[in-house]
Design a protein around this ligand. Sequence first.
Ligand code: PAF
Length: 282
Amino acid sequence: MVSVLRTVNTIESLRRHVCEWRAQDLRTAVVPTMGALHDGHLKLVEQGLRLADRVVVTLFVNPTQFAPHEDLDTYPRDERGDARKLKEIGAHLIFAPSALEMYPDGFATSVSVAGPAKAGLEDVHRPHFFDGVATVVAKLFIQAGCDYAVFGEKDYQQLKVVTRMAQDLDIPVTVIGVETVREPDGLAMSSRNAYLSPEERKTAPELYRALRSLANEIREGSEPAAAVARAEDRLTARGFKVDYVAARNAENLGELTSRNEPVRILAAARLGKTRLIDNISV
Ligand code: PAF
């Protein structure tokens, strides 16, 4: 489908578009992204299009969620390619603000998140990350004023953090999670997969395979901590530097306390310079 797709760079024009749609009783969805769109992002847009009459996709590489040693400067960017893909799929509006539009001189406020943001997973390895995400996502929710916001389950802890944040701050948006999209060999799609060397790319799906075996073991009654340790050893033997592998309560990401709770397995590991994250349900 080829739709009329507009790109706006200011909060004022974003608001004008969404207000016009709301005045016509149209339902709206926002899909926050950092651009360099792959099929995983397009699935989020498709979900937005199923839920709403108009879909806004935000393209903003948010500096406040990167630590100084991380890849802000080299993070893949492709605004023209993104616009082409979004036009083909039928999105209605791109919001691509500058850093100054989002964080004008004198900007002095940040959203500080706890609960799932302090689960001892990503937060241990990227301590600045979730406050940066929560701040920019809260701003995007308020700026766009959409009925729905769509996020990928690939960043499962992030999904839980932004859902909690919207609820706690009474932002009237329904947050929807969409299942992770995978390459044919199982590797979760991610903009950062572009950093993998050909050799690392061959090894990378081992992360998903290790998580699947771990999920099977837990399902069949293995003690989670021992099964997690086996998965970590397996990944280390294949050349990963493991940040964490964890089996957690799927809702609040807390430690498991009983056999009956819903379980989510989450992991992060480095292959060379590339940090991969993934998660699956048990
Ligand atoms: O998942 C992402 O791409 C980013 O963390 C998000 C949600 C767009 C906030 O910058």
